[in-house]
Design a protein around this ligand. Structure first.
Ligand code: GLU
Length: 552
């Protein structure tokens, strides 16, 4: 094991971290973990015009949300002295020169290349200026508040081509002539990405640069800078970008490129990372237990991680596969850890936009939830009074439609409130032990935390009544279940067998179809016509709640 391995994740705070960026961070994290190395988080904020502290904060909080741990933190804007020091080394070696070209001149030259269908290469004009010419141009720039920019003198470096062994792509060769003398420091006194980035990599002792393959064209420039500075260059791994199912590159504009989407949809951070790690064949695991490539921890993921196995062709992102991975993670996660994750990751996190939640605080969110429930109750009461609730398919369909509208409204109104209070509220309602039983049940029935939260709210916390389509059956259920004793799950007489027996008895004595009885019970308890075991739900709700839902 080499404990000198140092990698870095270097986002620019010019926007949100997106799913591809998260994948790059993950690969760096796994690589460091596997090699007992260090992960450095470096904020590339040299572009002052586009960088924003707000984005930096969001990126850092996203990285934390996904439990990616870094060992050191740097901000390029705080390292200007270091860049000056390295620039001085290049000056002493005579590898750089001043460039007086204005932005307009450069733009014109670029346009000309486009028209001629030739790649733009800086013509090196300023390399041959006389002292007097330089002074006059310097004055002109100064009038505009600018200084000469600084370029690297490629001729001086004397290399014709740059060759490197990429850990993903294999041997890569670039013709130096096509690179041109590129800028290290701009006329508005800013260090460019290529210069600041490689200086940091040298200065911070980075051994491996793992990043998106959109940066591969920067690599020859950075390798040349390493040579010019007399430093060895790090190893490079340019990982494939993520593509949608339509074959198009996932861009920041795609809704599922935004990490907020995964938080809002209730994907566990570990599952998202597990999925990101296995897209693009980074794990080909020869281990039966891991045939589905679902890991149990970062350590295990890191153990099997091998960047050299990453496919160089694009990785195709599939949300269905992610959902499958999430489902597996929900099932394998210890229930207490899941409760903790729901509280920590999905309640009161900063991803909930303040404007979305209308500044609801915990107590008022509970009040809001109750208000919605009361309104819904009123609607249901009106429904019941205005309609003959005799068992009929028409009624069933109407009820379903009513419920669909009601549920949709409830969900829209309550979704943020649910995210806010659901675990604390449920713990107050059911106690710690029974809440654990409920979550244990739900985590094996649903695929996302969002589905669990909605089910918890709509079934276990909803205090209003759902409708049913046969009043007679509801009455019979009420009468028969009332006779039972106990109100605790499984440990008492209010258990699955007892409810099942009661249903059989009702069916036999009243000539009612068993299926109808189950359907009515389900409608009364969940407001739906299908879902997980209704006997289990009834037991978990407890006798008192079941009876109250069956009260006419
Ligand atoms: N700041 C660059 C970006 O966000 C990172 C480039 C690199 O890793 O060298 O794309």
């Amino acid at each position: 094991m080499n404990n000198n391995i140092r990698v870095r994740f270097a986002p620019s705070p010019t926007g949100h971290l997106h799913i591809g960026g998260l994948r790059t961070a993950l690969f760096n994290y796994l690589f460091a973990k596997k090699n007992n190395g260090k992960l450095i988080l470096r904020i590339d904020d040299t572009d002052i015009a586009r960088s924003q502290k707000e984005y930096e904060d969001l990126i850092v909080s996203d990285i934390k949300w996904f439990d990616i741990k870094y060992d050191e933190f740097y901000r390029q804007s705080e390292r200007k002295d270091i860049y000056e020091k390295y620039l001085k080394i290049l000056k002493e070696k005579d590898y750089i020169y001043e460039c007086f070209c204005t932005e307009e001149e450069l733009l014109r030259a670029k346009e000309l290349s486009i028209n001629l269908k030739k790649p733009y290469i800086y013509n090196g004009r300023c390399l041959h200026l006389s002292g007097a010419e330089k002074e006059s141009l310097r004055k002109k720039l100064a009038e505009a508040g600018l200084v000469p920019s600084i370029r690297l003198n490629m001729l001086k470096l004397g290399c014709e081509q740059v060759e490197f062994e990429d850990m993903v792509h294999g041997k890569v060769v670039f013709n130096v002539k096509l690179l041109g003398d590129f800028v290290l420091k701009t006329s508005d006194n800013r260090f460019t990405y290529n210069f600041a980035s490689i200086v940091d990599d040298i200065d911070l002792g980075i051994t491996h640069i793992i990043r998106g393959e959109d940066h591969i064209s920067n690599t020859p420039r950075q390798i040349l800078l390493c040579r010019a500075l007399g430093a060895g260059s790090p190893m490079f791994a340019h990982i494939s970008l993520l593509y949608g199912k339509d074959g198009k590159l996932m861009s920041k504009r795609d809704f599922n490129a935004n990490l907020k989407h995964y938080k809002n949809e209730g994907y566990l951070p570990q599952a998202v990372l597990n999925y990101l790690a296995i897209t693009g064949n980074t794990f080909v695991v020869n281990d039966e237990r891991l045939s589905d490539e679902i890991f149990t921890s970062f350590d295990e993921m890191a153990h099997y991680f091998d960047i050299k196995r990453a496919k160089s062709s694009g990785a195709v992102f599939s949300e269905e596969k992610l959902k499958f991975v999430n489902e597996k993670w929900l099932q394998q996660l210890n229930t207490d850890d899941l409760i903790y994750a729901i509280k920590e990751k999905f309640i009161l996190t900063d991803y909930i936009n303040v404007s979305d939640i209308n500044s609801i605080n915990i107590s008022s969110s509970i009040n809001n939830t109750n208000t919605c429930i009361e309104n819904n109750d009123t609607n249901l009461e009106n429904n019941k009074n205005n309609k003959d609730t005799k068992s009929s398919n028409i009624d069933l369909e109407n009820n379903k439609a009513d419920l669909a509208i009601k549920k949709n409204n409830t969900n829209i109104k309550n979704i943020n409130a649910e995210i806010f209070d659901v675990i604390d509220y449920a713990e107050k309602e059911y106690g710690k032990e029974r809440l654990r039983c409920i979550i244990d049940f739900l985590k094996n029935e649903y695929k996302t935390v969002k589905e669990i939260i909605l089910e918890l709210d709509n079934v276990f916390l909803y205090k209003g009544k759902y409708n049913y389509f046969d009043k007679g059956i509801a009455e019979l259920l009420f009468e028969n279940l009332k006779e039972t004793t106990g109100n605790e799950p499984e440990t008492s007489e209010f258990n699955e067998i007892l409810i099942k027996n009661a249903i059989q008895k009702i069916s036999k004595e009243n000539k009612k179809n068993i299926k109808d009885i189950y359907e009515n019970l389900r409608m009364a308890l969940t407001g739906k016509t299908n879902g997980p075991s209704i006997l289990k739900i009834a037991v978990l709700l407890g006798k008192e709640r079941v009876l109250s839902k069956l009260t006419i």
